[in-house]
Design a protein. Structure first.
Length: 332
């Protein structure tokens, strides 16, 4: 029998048969490698056969593996803050569980009452419990249970650190806070407690307070002035007894450098009202002149006359009229 190959129109010999068999085997090998004859790239996750049983994964090397919440964040990661003031307690931030949230809110409510607690805490999705986080909540809970009155502070637990910042009203309150933080540290191992609470200096005294302090000293001098004859009858020249008392005033003014002093002259009702007014003004001015002469600062002194308009006793008796004839010192 004669076999023909269409392409060559030649008889098929043994050599030709072997060649055909080799071509057939080669074709099978090519078909065994997916995509070799295609321009398409292998899909992610496909394997490409090499020699024998060896395979190489084509999965992208840059694709990260999933990481749990505990592996993704340090143990101490938690951000929960309690802001404490006279207005109450405000809770903000993240906790791990509803149980931790309830514990913090309960501690705050027991301390100041439910009406004065604002709860803005959230349970963080994916933030699982750990020793560091749990101890941070314990620290904040212990702090809220014992926080003293008289503070305006923010207590924050984060990254294994419990920090309190703000102000205490006085040294005694600050000491209470230090003792509380020592207790908190003992109950929360592994949590670093930091106290940044200060006692602010007292505000400067008001001018009214300064004047009141000076007036306290002046009132003692005013009491002595009532016991002495300050001017001769109808005269505006201070007596020696009056001058001896006025000699104390420059030193008193040095002790109270922020105040001014008014010297007011007064008379009884004997004589004309106009004459008494003029005499009181002259006597007050004479006292100021003497004070300046002995070293009192003139810019902090003033005088006025009240005449007979401001009596402190009756004018119907000799003793009463003597008390009404006076000089008064007033701080302002």
């Amino acid at each position: 029998m004669t076999v023909w190959i269409d392409a060559f129109s030649a008889p098929l010999t043994r050599l030709g048969l072997l060649s055909l068999l080799a071509i057939f085997v080669l074709g099978l090998s090519i078909l065994a490698v997916p995509g070799l004859l295609s321009d398409d790239e292998p899909n992610s996750g496909d394997t490409v056969g090499l020699s024998g049983d060896a395979e190489v994964s084509t999965t992208a090397a840059s694709e990260p593996e999933s990481i749990s919440a505990d592996e993704d964040q340090p143990d101490g990661v938690l951000l929960a803050t309690a802001r404490v003031s006279a207005d109450g307690i405000v809770l903000d931030g993240l906790v791990t569980t509803e149980g931790q949230r309830d514990a913090l809110v309960d501690s705050a409510r027991r301390r100041v009452g439910p009406a004065l607690v604002e709860d803005n805490l959230e349970v963080a999705t994916g933030l699982t419990s750990s020793v560091g986080r749990d101890n941070g909540v314990v620290a904040l809970q212990s702090f809220l249970a014992g926080v003293p009155d008289g503070v305006t502070i923010a207590a924050t637990s984060a990254d294994g650190r419990f920090e309190v910042v703000g102000e205490a009203v006085d040294d005694a309150t600050s000491t209470q806070l230090q003792e509380l933080l020592a207790t908190v540290a003992a109950a929360s191992p592994g949590v670093d407690t930091v106290n940044d609470v200060i006692v602010p200096p007292p505000p400067p005294p008001t001018q009214e307070e300064l004047a009141a302090a000076a007036q306290f000293d002046l009132d003692q001098l005013n009491a002595l002035l009532l016991e002495e004859v300050l001017f001769a009858t109808g005269k505006n020249e201070p007596t020696e007894e009056f001058k001896a008392l006025l000699d104390q005033l420059p030193e008193l003014m040095d002790r109270h450098p922020a105040v001014r002093i008014e010297v007011a002259g007064h008379t009884d009702d004997r004589g004309s009202e106009g004459g008494n007014q003029e005499l009181s003004e002259q006597r007050a001015a004479a006292a100021v002149a003497y004070l300046v002469e002995i070293g009192a600062p003139a810019e902090r002194l003033s005088s006025r006359g009240a005449g007979e308009s401001e009596p402190i006793d009756t004018n119907t008796t000799r003793d009463g009229r003597a008390r009404n004839r006076r000089v008064e010192l007033t701080a302002f």
